[in-house]
Design a protein around this ligand. Structure first.
Ligand SMILES: CC(C)(COP(=O)(O)OP(=O)(O)OC[C@H]1O[C@@H](n2cnc3c(N)ncnc32)[C@H](O)[C@@H]1OP(=O)(O)O)[C@@H](O)C(=O)NCCC(=O)NCCS
Length: 171
């Protein structure tokens, strides 16, 4: 399994990949609706590709099994979406994509990886916490992260939390 930069020709596959990943939420009755909700469209993906902040984990046929897209915001690389095809989950691809984001943030001289996610979904905040992210209390949120959490709330996403990981040279 290889992680590489997303190419333009990968983009048409990514909305279906994200929808496949979201099927995981069917396990949770209160979030099952996410399995049928909107996913990022190709235009949104192309913006991350042109910023050089989108990566895919590919199989031996060079087909994308997972993607991570991010953007630079202040002194952080902010992860907008991390998705792994349902049948490929639990095999370490998510961690490999996080490793790639961490390396990219370090090379860019940034201080943090940040993201927002569900606090209580086993493969969301607890997974990121095991990776090394810390949950931020509401009083620790900067304006940018506050705005994201508020916008998510307005779109019906509750029980969200913001997390960050310090970029150090030692990891
Ligand atoms: C989150 C996601 C990207 C992780 O990718 P992945 O390739 O499955 O990740 P890994 O195999 O590296 O690790 C998965 C971790 O989640 C845990 N996990 C996965 N499904 C789980 C479940 N149903 N219950 C408990 N833990 C679960 C695994 O135990 C593993 O934890 P560990 O490595 O810390 O021991 C993937 O599960 C996914 O696409 N989920 C649906 C979309 C989503 O929630 N995206 C994140 C948005 S913030």
């Amino acid at each position: 399994m290889l992680v590489r930069l997303t190419r333009i020709e990968d983009v048409p596959l990514l909305p279906a990949l994200e929808r496949s990943a979201a099927q995981a939420f069917r396990q949770l009755p209160h979030l099952a609706w996410l399995a049928d909700s909107d996913v990022m469209d190709e235009t949104q993906h192309l913006a991350f590709v042109s910023e050089g902040c989108s990566w895919v984990a590919v199989d031996d046929q060079d087909q994308a099994l997972g993607f991570l897209c991010a953007s630079v915001a202040d002194d952080a690389l902010h992860i907008h979406e991390l998705s792994v095809r349902q049948e490929a989950q639990g095999q370490g691809l998510g961690r490999r994509l996080l490793d790639q984001a961490f390396d990219a943030a370090r090379h860019k001289g940034l201080a943090w990886l940040t993201l927002t996610t569900f606090d209580d979904v086993p493969w969301n905040a607890p997974f990121y916490q095991r990776y090394g992210f810390e949950r931020l209390a509401v009083r620790q949120l900067d304006h940018r992260l506050q705005t994201i959490i508020s916008s998510e709330l307005a779109h019906g996403l509750t029980d969200r939390c913001a997390m960050r990981l310090a970029i150090t040279c030692g990891l």
